[in-house]
Design a protein around this ligand. Structure first.
Ligand code: MN
Length: 221
């Protein structure tokens, strides 16, 4: 793809943040502490992990976000999920509460509960299904262009290319289509989440690494 050696990019790896499993408050504090230390940076890329990491990140940067694009097979729009308000099933709902419903766009949707569907409409959330994107890739390009923050749940991609995710859904985006759109944008913040590889030969993990490489090159252009 882009003819650049990633080792020559002006980027730094600021290490890992250990999550406290099942303790969202503690994990949030750890993420916020770490973000304060790197608050000087121009752009950021975060690698998950569970999609919930997006919530503390967006609340830290909330004033700088005019448009947030949520690439996901699912709506993540449940008010609470399995008794908790802070899970991968309610990420977009929390993000909308923090930055405002008009600033969020959901792209790649193809699995949603009846309730969440009705609430997406009620709150006026802009959303596009994966089939709409496959038919007209310009929608994807335009939405990514406008984004300050892109949250990429790897399950937005078609399962044959990315099978190792918690909740695979058929008929997703094609990786090449997504990468082509991503290399033309320079968002301030990107996160890549929900990769659940079984081992180092995982095609899902390798695809995620390829996407991250291309995004990093694009972000530093
Ligand atoms: Mn998600």
């Amino acid at each position: 793809m882009q003819r650049i050696d990633i080792r020559e990019l002006p980027i730094s790896d600021w290490g890992d943040i250990e999550t406290s499993h099942g303790n969202f408050e503690e994990t949030t504090q750890r993420i916020k502490r770490a973000l304060k230390e790197v608050a000087f940076a121009e752009r950021y890329l975060f690698i998950g992990g569970d999609h919930t990491i997006t919530i503390p990140i967006i609340s830290f940067f909330s004033e700088k976000i005019r448009k947030y694009v949520h690439l996901d097979a699912h709506a993540d729009f449940e008010d609470s999920y399995l008794g908790s308000k802070y899970t991968h099933g309610s990420v977009l709902r929390r993000v909308g509460e923090i930055i405002g419903w008009e600033k969020i766009v959901l792209v790649g949707l193809r699995s949603v509960s009846k309730n969440a569907m009705r609430e997406l409409e009620e709150y006026g959330v802009e959303y596009y299904t994966s089939l709409e994107i496959r038919e007209d890739p310009r929608i994807l390009e335009q939405k990514l262009q406008s984004a300050d923050y892109i949250s990429l749940d790897i399950d937005v991609i078609d399962p044959p290319y990315a099978p190792e995710v918690a909740n695979p859904e058929p008929l997703g985006l094609e990786p090449l289509q997504l990468i082509k759109a991503l290399i033309n944008v320079r968002p301030k913040i990107v996160d890549v989440v929900e990769v659940v590889p079984k081992d180092h030969t995982s095609i899902t993990a390798i695809l995620a690494a390829t996407i991250i490489r291309e995004v990093l090159i694009a972000m530093t252009k």
